[in-house]
Design a protein. Structure first.
Length: 473
DNA sequence: GCATGATCATGC
DNA sequence: GCATGATCATGC
C-alpha cells in the first residue's frame, strides 16, 4: 500500500504530518508491519529490545523509518529519502517549568578530519544532509518509557539563505582548524550555527588528524541547540514575534564573516562616551537603566530590543566590561546559580557550567572610564573559552565545588563574618564560586537537607582582563 | 586594595 | 517570585 509519493517532498510532508499527536507505540500498532496471532502490529522480535532500550539513542528515528515510512534502516551517507534528498531527523524536546525546548543538538554527520581539509563545503556530505530536513519533534518526558513518548510537531526545514552563508563559514572555520593541525582544539563555541560536537561511545573516542600527531576527539557536525531552539520556537511553533536580525542584507555575508560585520558596526563608535552615544542613538532616559551599556550596544547593532536573531541562534551573549582609571576591572563576572542537589549527581561533561562554556560565544564590549568620569567605548571582541581552559582550571573549580557539596560545607566564623570552603577567588584566578542571591536567606537545599545561600560560578576579573588584552592563550 | 560575602535592579 | 546581569560592603 503506497501511503506517500517518495519522489515528492510535499507528499512526504503531508503523510508525515499525521504523526503529530501519536506516541511511538501507536505508530508501531498502526503500521500493520509485523502482526501477532491476534492481528495486532508489534515490534519485530529481533528489534523489540533495540527500539525500547533507553540506551540506543538513534532508535526512535529508525523506528519511524521502518514502521512509518516503511524503508530499511540505512547507515550509509545517502539522504534518508534519497529520491528528493530529504533527510529525516527525529528530535527530542524537553519540558522544564512548563517551557518546551529542544533537548539536544541535531547531529548531521561525522567529521572526517582527513578529507575535510580538501573538501569544499559545496561538495560536502554535510551540506546535502542539512539543506532539507524533515524534522519530527517528540516530547522526551524523562520517564525512560521511550515508546510512550509522543510526537508533537512535524516540520519541513529548508536552510534559509543567510543561515546557509553562516553555516558555510562555520564549515570553513572547522576545516581551517583541522588543516592547521588543531583538530584537538575544536570546540562548539568556535562556530555560530554549525558546531563540531563530540561524538563517540565515550567522550574520549580519539582519532588521528592530518598535520599533527596529537590525537583529537571524534567530532560530528551538528546544528547547535541554540540554533534548533530558534528553529523550534520561531519556525515550527511561532509562539511570539521573532527578534530582529542584525544583518539586514544577507549578501554582506558573502564578503565578510558575521563577527567581522558586527565588530565593524561597533568600531565607528569607539572612543565615544556614554552620553555621546545616547545622543547619537537618539536615546534619553529620566532614570538610566542598570544595563544602559548593553542597550547602547544593541541599538548600535540596529536592534530595538536586547535580543537579536543571530545571537539567539548562535548562543552569543553580550557582556559589557568596565575598566576603572587604573585600567583594571572592578568586578568578577557572574553566571547563573547552580543547584547543590544537581551538581552532586552530574558528571563534568553534562554539567551546566560545562555546557555554558562549551557552547557559548561572548561578545565582550569594553568601556573605559575617562578623567571626566564618563565611560567611553574602548573596544569589542568575540570570545569563546579554549578547550584546555574549560577542561583544565574551570573543570578543577567545578570539581572542587562538587566535592564540597558531597562532603558537606565547612563554615568558619571570623568575628561577624562566616566563610565557607567553596573554591574562592584565590583558588585559581580563572573561575571561582561565590554567593549569588537576593540576600543570604535566598537559599537552595543541600543534599543533606540543610539550606545554603545560592551560589554561582564566576570568571575572575584578572582572567577577563587577560582575554580582552589578548593574552589568554 | 583585595578577598569574600551580600545584595540590587530589571524583566519575564 | 525568580533568574540573571550587575554592583555594593566589610574586614583584614
Amino acid at each position: 500500500m503506497i501511503r506517500y509519493d517518495d519522489t515528492n517532498d510535499t507528499s512526504i510532508l503531508q503523510y508525515a504530518k499525521k504523526l503529530e499527536g501519536k506516541s511511538f507505540s501507536e505508530v508501531v500498532k498502526e503500521s500493520n508491519k509485523y502482526l501477532n496471532e491476534d492481528g495486532d502490529s508489534v515490534l519485530h522480535e529481533d528489534k523489540a529490545e533495540y527500539y525500547s532500550d533507553t540506551k540506543s539513542k538513534g532508535s526512535l528515528g529508525h523506528l519511524i523509518e521502518e514502521y512509518y515510512f516503511g524503508y530499511d534502516i540505512n547507515s550509509n551517507q545517502e539522504a534518508d529519502f534519497s529520491k528528493t534528498g530529504l533527510e529525516l531527523k527525529v528530535i527530542p524536546l524537553k519540558e522544564v517549568r512548563n517551557k518546551i525546548s529542544v533537548k539536544e543538538r541535531v547531529v548531521i554527520t561525522i567529521i572526517n578530519y582527513d578529507t575535510i581539509i580538501d573538501e569544499p563545503f559545496e561538495n560536502s556530505h554535510v551540506v546535502g544532509k542539512l539543506s532539507s530536513i524533515l524534522m519530527v519533534f517528540y516530547l522526551h518526558d524523562g520517564s525512560g518509557e521511550k515508546l510512550n513518548y509522543r510526537i508533537k510537531n512535524v516540520y519541513h526545514y529548508t536552510v534559509p539563505y543567510e543561515d546557509y552563508l553562516i553555516i558555510k563559514r562555520d564549515y570553513d572555520l572547522i576545516a581551517e582548524k583541522v588543516r592547521a593541525g588543531k583538530a584537538h582544539e575544536l570546540s562548539e563555541g568556535d562556530t555560530l550555527f554549525l558546531g563540531a560536537c563530540t561524538k563517540g561511545a565515550n567522550k574520549s573516542a580519539l582519532r588521528t588528524q592530518p598535520n599533527n600527531d596529537v590525537l583529537a576527539m571524534q567530532r560530528a557536525f551538528s546544528l547547535k541547540i541554540s540554533y534548533m531552539n530558534y528553529v523550534y520556537s520561531n519556525y515550527v511553533t511561532r509562539k511570539s514575534a521573532p527578534p530582529e536580525k542584525i544583518i539586514k542584507d544577507s549578501t554582506q555575508l558573502l564578503e565578510k564573516s558575521f563577527e567581522e560585520i558586527v565588530l565593524e558596526m561597533l568600531v565607528d563608535y569607539y572612543g565615544k562616551s556614554k552620553s555621546e552615544l545616547l545622543d547619537m542613538l537618539g536615546l534619553s532616559y529620566e532614570k538610566e537603566p542598570k544595563n544602559i551599556l548593553t542597550i547602547i550596544i544593541y541599538r548600535i547593532l540596529g536592534v530595538k530590543t536586547n535580543l537579536a536573531e543571530e545571537f539567539a541562534k548562535a548562543n552569543i551573549d553580550v557582556k559589557t566590561i568596565r575598566l576603572n582609571d587604573k585600567n583594571k576591572i572592578n568586578e568578577h563576572m557572574s553566571f547563573p546559580t547552580f543547584k547543590f542537589t544537581e551538581i552532586v549527581n552530574q558528571d563534568w561533561t553534562e554539567s551546566d557550567l560545562h555546557n555554558i562554556f562549551n557552547e557559548k560565544k561572548f561578545l565582550f564590549v569594553v568601556f573605559e572610564i575617562g578623567s571626566d568620569n564618563e565611560y567611553r567605548l574602548k573596544k569589542a571582541l568575540f570570545w569563546n573559552m579554549p578547550m584546555d581552559t574549560l577542561n583544565g582550571p574551570v573543570q578543577d573549580t567545578w570539581q572542587a565545588a562538587k566535592t564540597v557539596v558531597e562532603n558537606g560545607l565547612v563554615l568558619k566564623n571570623h568575628g561577624s563574618r562566616t566563610t565557607n570552603n567553596f573554591p574562592s577567588a584565590s583558588y585559581n584566578r580563572i573561575c571561582h564560586v561565590r554567593p549569588h542571591a537576593q540576600n543570604k536567606d535566598d537559599v537552595y537545599p543541600m543534599p543533606d537537607g540543610t539550606f545554603y545561600t545560592k551560589q554561582s560560578f564566576w570568571l575572575d576579573k584578572s582572567y577577563i582582563l587577560k582575554i580582552i588584552n589578548g593574552c589568554d592563550k
